[in-house]
Write a protein that binds this ligand. Structure first.
Ligand SMILES: *Cc1c(COP(=O)(O)O)cnc(C)c1O
Length: 413
């Protein structure tokens, strides 16, 4: 494929995705015929509503007054000094209401539902982070909320189940198959099929059938738009490198897309887990190939029959066998580079940020931070901006049980 540079991206947003939801050869909408009208309705409504002055000003007000935006950009002076001369900066999405970037698209989806006159939000959740963010949006807008969740995940993620119920959502247990995320997706689709007159389906990342990869990206772009202005105001320049962790790819797309036409190096970080063997990681672009899952075409970790491989990451928000179609395209045309960080590298980054800056990061975000630390150790100058997608309060019990207070990571620093 023809390789592109930042100079080729001036008109990118006008051209991508195409009207049928394609990012080059990726994306699209592979749906059972019964669901096609429902997704078409969402797509048509979004294309109209997202340009309305009332929608734009209402979303802006919500971001300011309810979410607490803009979130700051923060210069990690002590962490940078520990590592060398390269300067590390964070975009603090951990300070967004509910503690992660996910609320950026959930509030957008909720507001769209309201404008469309829908009464209910439907979604699945795995680890429960998307469920909690969506339940928050539903409560804010006075909408019903049904969250489908595998029974295995319900048992594992008890605090998030309690949060969702406390916010007024109905958590619907899914008890067939492996009782995890995949079955929950099927169950949520089935429910949506029956209720789409009055309900809207809300995807939790920049994945799924068109228009979700575009819509979720658009709602997340506030992150990169703010960060670009804030970084310039702080330093007078743009960062040399920007980086974010990539699961489905929503926080990464949100930071990256507003920088595409700038002379900035962009690096997405995938979870290498315990290593390169099938089942030990979820590094989709690094080890996967083109395939179709959950209604869209993208890079997919799959066996020779096209069935999704088992995946693993210490970060439950990153263990998905596919990634957003826009990332697949931006990888192939060479504008964004994708690297990996292992569980251990992420955990070292986690503890360093705790000790040097007084910030407990989400383990997901720690993968992007691990890349920034590697970069700072190997580059004598420059600046790198990390999307700190979420806070780590949700992770502390697990981390303590498996890594104590991080003694093994901290002895060298
Ligand atoms: C869900 C989650 C992610 C991964 O999702 P993306 O769509 O890839 O951004 C990353 N960080 C946090 C804190 C999350 O909750």
């Amino acid at each position: 494929m023809k390789q592109l540079t930042y100079k080729d991206f001036d008109n990118y947003l006008k051209q991508f995705p195409s009207p049928d939801g394609r990012f080059g050869e990726y994306g699209g909408a592979y749906l059972p015929p019964e669901l096609e009208p429902a997704f078409q309705e969402i797509s048509d409504a979004y294309e109209t509503i997202c340009h309305s002055a009332q929608f734009i000003s209402e979303l802006r007000r919500i971001r300011r007054e309810f979410q607490g935006r803009p979130t700051p950009v923060y210069h990690c002076e002590r962490l940078s000094r520990t590592l060398g001369k390269c300067q590390i900066y964070l975009k603090r999405e951990d300070l967004n209401h509910t503690g992660a970037h996910k609320l950026n698209h959930c509030m957008g989806e909720g507001l769209l539902a309201k404008f469309m006159g829908k009464k209910k939000l439907i979604a699945e959740t795995g680890a429960g982070q998307h469920g909690v963010a969506l339940a928050t949006a539903a409560a804010y807008f006075g909408l019903e909320c049904d969250i489908y969740m595998g029974e295995v995940d319900i048992a594992k993620q008890a605090p998030n189940v309690t949060r969702m119920r406390m916010l007024g959502a109905r958590v619907v247990p899914v008890s067939h198959g492996l009782k995890t995320l995949k079955e929950a997706v099927d169950a949520a689709f089935e429910a949506y099929l029956k209720e789409y007159d009055t309900a809207i389906y809300c995807i939790g990342s920049a994945v799924g059938p068109h228009p979700f990869p575009k819509m979720v990206r658009d709602f997340q772009m506030v992150v990169g738009e703010e960060a670009r202005e804030q970084f310039r105001a702080m330093t007078g320049n743009l960062p040399d490198v920007i980086t974010a962790c990539v699961g489905g790819g929503s926080n990464a797309a949100g930071l990256f897309i507003p920088f595409l036409s700038d002379p900035v190096e962009i690096v997405g970080v995938e979870p290498l887990g315990r290593g390169k063997k099938v089942g030990d990681h979820a590094a989709t672009i690094t080890f996967g190939k083109k395939g179709i899952l959950h209604g869209f075409e993208s890079y997919l970790l799959q066996d020779e029959n096209g069935q999704p491989d088992p995946v693993y990451s210490i970060a439950s928000g990153l263990d998905y066998p596919a990634t957003g179609p826009e990332h697949a395209y931006l990888h192939d045309c060479g504008r964004i580079r994708y690297e990996t960080a292992s569980d251990d590298e992420a955990m070292e980054a986690f503890f360093l940020l705790c000790r040097k800056e007084g910030i407990i990061p989400a383990i997901e975000s720690s993968h992007a931070l691990a890349y920034a630390i590697r970069y700072a150790r190997t580059h004598a100058t420059g600046s790198i901006l990390v999307n700190l997608s979420g806070r780590g309060d949700k992770d502390i019990d697990y981390v303590f049980e498996h890594y104590g207070y991080g003694e093994k990571f901290l002895k060298n620093s």
